[in-house]
Design a protein around this ligand. Structure first.
Ligand code: SF4
Length: 692
């Protein structure tokens, strides 16, 4: 038995602290860390079951080349050689990395530096594109930087919490528990849930608005009009804001009919909002995964800016991220259209600062390929060498069947992962064994900007290596010896922190310069720390007194009009398909699928369908149904329930499989994206349903 080690959960963006103890025989006992500010001792079912997911039965323990076990020297030599050759022959934009919000910040930093600083392309994108890219774009439009203004404490201090497009009870359970506890302590606190589906989160709701999918902009424009009509505009705060008149003009033209909600429900929501000073609007994938996701984010932010309800205790728009380190990935610039430390790719001064700091040949001036475009270019043959790290796009990208074929047809594909069994790993030319939770050492940032350490509690099995180490060695073998001369995550974190000081001097929000020079001991001992943290210590809240990151320092209200989902239902495909997570599974189940306890919750892929629709189609409860769209088909178990409305169905996104048709729901979702963020519309496909 080791002593208890403080670490952080592997799953969602709540970022719960864990105290874990290894038994020396591959087992781990764990409990919630009572001293971690995110969870204060709580854990959800997934976090509690982490110890059940560590078996080695499907672990990849040695590199493989074309399916045959090899060694690190041969595998890394081949990766470096093929990437170098491809770049020499076809240019830097002929290669791409597709990485993951599951990576630790240090892994992510090295991957981004290798691609943007040294290969010389911005073709690195991430599965976070499927998760919160619309929030990033909305934040940048409104604030001039990707800044999350609020904290978890604000959710407890609010008198009204509006949960928009978020099944918090299942997807961020500990945050839900915190709100539930606050509501119990203060019964006057109100909760509104805005979601087409009656989810478990509605148990906490005083008001549930089951709006039409994709109509959030119409609802928040009605709210902005009501704020104006009700005299709730904060004229004093508006001196920090531009775009109010144009945004209001567009909002006043909105009659709210697109929401499908009765006018009295919209009025009730507006009156609650207007009458409550302390409001936090939480939003998640129901907002982000939409062809108008960025506009939805800005419609929400507009209401908070117009009332000055931002940057103060218990007030503000609040994005909750799906993945454990989506925020860390944003901080290191892991998206194809961003740079490290929130520097702007389109700003020549920022590129120059970064090039000088990295001593890099050049920083690309053009944004790289966002996820959907990236796999499109793989399919067309323009991307000839692809490295996929810690993610499973052959199951999770929209048009998953096409993406699977594209990866299979790529000239050279490298996959780094824990297992060879994912839909994507099976397609690799070179398969590299990476370390996972419990073996890795580094940092993650949660949804309220708190940086926490993930610490190793056991040795890496077989030949598994850390992702930062694998990437750095490929960088060295490609000729950039000095730039990738890393020996520890502490060294990488220190470089990241030093770069943040330069970014802050350029007027960027991301500043962790107070965490430079920690050394290995200081890094090892680093407690959970919310940024910004400068040499002078932790700063006060963002935006309470203005101070935005735009050129003129003002926030921007953005005039936005409601647009329906792009895919239209019709006689051939009459149902609207919503997709999402369930309580006890995570992503494509490579880890949670190993826990018998977690598999007991909902053990097979299913389709929620309304009783009237099921009766009309002759589908009995628990009968098998075939679900099809122009993009693909699935066979699912019918879960007949009035949680969904007539004409609407819901299916989870976790199941995959190689033999079609299965529960791989993203095979049915088309590659329709938000024009600003590039995030796919994963919650509004048009499908047909028939008994199987
Ligand atoms: Fe892990 Fe999220 Fe559950 Fe916390 S709420 S234990 S971070 S899955």
């Amino acid at each position: 038995m080791t002593d208890e080690i403080r670490t952080t959960c592997a799953y969602c963006g709540v970022g719960c602290g864990i105290l874990a103890k290894a038994d020396g025989q591959g087992g781990v006992t764990l409990r919630g860390d009572p001293d971690h500010p995110a969870n204060q001792g709580r854990l959800c079912s997934k976090g509690f079951a982490l110890g059940e997911t560590l078996s080695l039965d499907d672990r990849l323990l040695a590199p493989r080349i074309n399916g045959i076990e090899s060694d690190w020297d041969s595998a890394l030599a081949l990766v470096a050689e093929r990437f170098s050759q491809t770049i020499a022959t076809h240019g830097p934009d002929s290669v791409a990395f597709y990485v993951s919000g599951q990576l630790l910040t240090e892994d992510y930093y090295v991957a981004n530096k290798l691609m943007k600083g040294f290969i010389g392309s911005a073709n690195i994108d991430t599965n976070s594109r499927l998760c919160m890219a619309s929030t990033v774009a909305g934040h940048k439009r409104a604030f001039g930087a990707d800044t999350v203004p609020g904290t978890y404490e604000d959710l407890e201090l609010a008198d009204l919490v509006v949960l928009t497009g978020s099944n918090l009870a299942w997807c961020h359970p500990v945050l839900y528990q915190r709100i539930a506890a606050a509501k119990e302590a203060r019964p006057d606190m109100r909760v509104v849930v805005i979601d087409p589906r009656r989810t478990a989160t509605c148990d906490l709701a005083d008001l549930h608005l089951a709006l039409e999918p994709g109509s959030d902009v119409a609802l928040f424009n009605r709210l902005l009009a009501a704020i104006h009509a009700g005299g709730a505009v904060n004229r004093e705060y508006l001196r920090h804001v531009s775009g109010f008149d144009d945004s209001l003009r567009v909002a006043l033209a909105e009659d709210g009919a697109a929401t499908g909600l009765p006018p009295d429900q919209i009025d009730e929501f507006c009156q609650l909002w207007l009458g409550t000073e302390k409001v936090v609007t939480v939003f998640s994938q129901g907002v982000n995964q939409s062809s108008s996701g960025t506009d939805k984010v800005n419609a929400i932010i507009n209401c908070h800016l117009a009332t000055g309800r931002i940057g103060k205790p218990g007030m503000g728009p609040f994005s909750v991220t799906g993945q454990p380190n989506a925020m860390g990935g944003r901080e290191v610039g892991g998206l194809a259209n961003s740079l490290a430390c929130h520097l702007d790719l389109e700003n020549p001064d920022h590129r120059e600062r970064l090039r000088d700091f990295w001593n890099a040949p050049a920083i690309p001036a053009q944004a790289g390929l966002k996820a959907v475009d990236l796999f499109d270019r793989v399919r067309s043959g323009h991307i000839k060498a692809l490295w996929i790290v810690c993610t499973n796009p052959a199951a999770t990208m929209p048009d998953a069947n096409i993406v699977q074929e594209a990866i299979a047809g790529c000239d050279f594909t490298v996959v780094s992962d824990l297992t060879a069994r994912t839909d994507t790993a099976r397609l690799a030319d070179v398969l590299l064994p990476a370390t996972g939770w419990g073996e890795k050492d580094g940092t993650v940032t949660n949804s309220d900007r708190t940086i926490s350490r993930q610490r190793a509690i056991m040795r890496a099995p077989g030949q598994a290596r850390h992702d930062w180490d694998i990437m750095a060695e490929v960088g060295r073998r490609m000729g950039w010896t000095e730039a990738f001369d890393y020996s520890s995550p502490a060294q990488i974190f220190d470089e990241h922190a030093r770069l943040s000081a330069i970014a802050a001097a350029e007027g960027r929000d991301f500043d962790i310069s107070g965490l430079t020079g920690l050394g290995r001991d200081g890094y090892d001992a680093l407690p959970p720390t919310r940024w910004p943290i400068t040499a002078q210590g932790q700063q006060a809240r963002f935006f309470a007194d203005g101070g935005f990151f735009t050129d003129n320092g003002q926030a921007r209200m953005i005039p936005v009009s409601a647009r329906p989902p792009v895919a239209q239902t019709d006689a051939a495909f009459p149902f609207r398909l919503n997709t999402g997570r369930i309580r006890d599974q995570w992503h494509t189940m490579t880890r949670t699928g190993k826990s018998p306890r977690l598999n007991q919750h909902l053990g097979e892929p299913f389709l929620e369908i309304h009783p009237d629709d099921a009766a009309q189609l002759g589908i009995p409860p628990a009968g098998l149904v075939e679900v099809s769209s122009p993009a693909g088909r699935c066979i699912l178990r019918a879960l007949v329930t009035d949680r969904v409305r007539c004409g609407h169905v819901f299916a989870p996104m976790h199941w995959s499989g190689q033999s079609a048709p299965t529960g791989r729901i993203d095979a049915l979702v088309s590659s329709i994206v938000d024009p600003v963020s590039g995030q796919p519309e994963s919650k509004a496909a048009a499908v047909a349903i028939a008994p199987h």
